[in-house]
Design a protein around this ligand. Sequence first.
Ligand SMILES: *Cc1c(COP(=O)(O)O)cnc(C)c1O
Length: 456
Amino acid sequence: MAKNKLDRRKFLKANSLIGVGASLALNHAPIYGFDFLNKVNQTPAILGGNPVIDHDWPSWPIWNPETDEKRLLEVMRSGVWSRRNVTLEFEKKWAETIGSKRCLALVNGTNAMITSFANLDIGWGDEVITTPYSFIASVQSILFNGAIPVFVDVDPKTFQIDPSKIEEKITKRTKAILPVHILGLPCDMDAIMKIAAKHNLKVVEDACQGWLAEYDHKKVGTFGDAGCFSFQNSKNIPIGEGGAIVSDDEAFMDRCYSYHNYGMPYGSMKSSSRPGAIMAGTKLRITEYQCAIGLAQLERLEDQTKKRSMNAEYLRSKISEVSGIMPYELYPKVTRASFHLFPFRYKSREFKDLSRDKFLEALNSEGVPCYSGYQPLNKMPFLENTFASKNFKQFYTTKQLNYSNYSEQNACPFSDVLCDEEAIWLPQYVLLGSKRDMNSIFSAIQKIYDNAEKLK
Ligand SMILES: *Cc1c(COP(=O)(O)O)cnc(C)c1O
C-alpha cells in the first residue's frame, strides 16, 4: 500500500509536469484504489478535510483501578507513608530489572543527578561534559553543584552527544561526562566509556528517559558510576514525581543514601564511635504511596516497551519512504530503545519549503500529536546569570566566566539545526497505538507532502 501511494505521488507529479493532469490520472484511478478518488480524504484537515485519525489516543498516565489500587490502599490505610518496606521493594525490583546491585529511590530525576554528582565529589571548580540537546534538568544538576557544563555537539542522525567530539573539550578541570540517553535512544556507550577510562573521568548517565533501553544487551544507567532515572508524570514509568539512582558501587550508594537523608549515616557510613549526622546532606526521600504506584506501573513496563519498539520500528520504516522525512538512527550496538519520544528530522526543502511550524500544525490537525522539541541548552539565559553570581565569581576566573567566550567555545551548530529547524517528536503514548494507527500517521505525513504547496 505504501508503495502504491508513493507511485501515485510520482505519477501525479510526472503528469502535472507534462500537463495532462487529471484526465489521465482519472483513467488510471482504479489501480490506485478508492482513496485516490475521495477528495475529502485528500484535503488536509487544516484546510477542511477529514483528519486521518479521528479517535483519541490512550490517555497518560495509565491507571487500572482493578489491578493497581489494592497495594496503594493498603499503604494509605496502614498510615506508614514515609519510606519503609514498599520503597525497599520498589528499589529492589528496579535494581533487579535493570541489572544493578543497588538502587536508591528519591524525589525526582533532577535530584538523582544532583545527589550523584555531589557524592562523586564533582562541584566547584570542575567541568562536566554534556549535550545541549536535552531537558533543562541535565544542566541544572551540574550548575547546582557548582560545576560548569561544557557542551559537545550532537550527531543529528542519532540526536545523541557525538563521542568523536568529546576529547577536544577535555581540559585539566574536566571531572565527568553526563551522557543523556535523550528521547530514550541510547548513547554510544562503548565510545563514551573508553574516553572516560582514558582520561579518568566519572560518568553519570542521565537515563531519565531510558527505562529498559539497552546498549549491547546491557541496560542504560548501568554503564557509568551512577545511572539516574525519572518517574515524573509524563515519563514511561509515571508516578507523578519520583526518581532513582542505580550503581554497583556500595560505598557510593551508602553516601547517596546518607546525603538524601540529612547526612545521617547509612550502611558503611555508620560508625560506632560518634553518633549523629556525618556529612552535609539534604532530604529527598520518596514516600511509600509513590512506590506503591511505581510497583503498579512497573508491571506494565516490559509489554509497553515491547509495543513502543515494535511500532517505532514499523513507523520508522514507513515514513523513511517520504523524501524530506529522516527518522532517528540507532547506534549499531543498541539492542533496545525506550522511545520516550519518536523523533525524526524534517527537511522543509523537500516539502516545497513548508515551514516546520506549518507542518506541525497540519500534522496535529490530522490527529497526530507532535512537537518541535527542545531549545538549545547552551544558549539559555540561566547560564549567563549563574556565571554572574557571587559563588561562581569566587571559584572561577574572570576568563572562565566570560560569557561571550564561553558561548563561542560551546557553540553546537548541529544541535541548533535540530532545535530551530528539523526536529519533530511524537510522544511515547502514540507508540502504544495499533499498527493501523502507525499506517495512519504515515498517511497523514504523505497527505501533507502531497499538499505542501497549498499548506504554505
Ligand atoms: C525528566 C528528565 C529529567 C528530570 O527528571 P525529573 O524527575 O522531572 O526531575 C532529567 N533529564 C531528562 C533527560 C529528563 O527527561
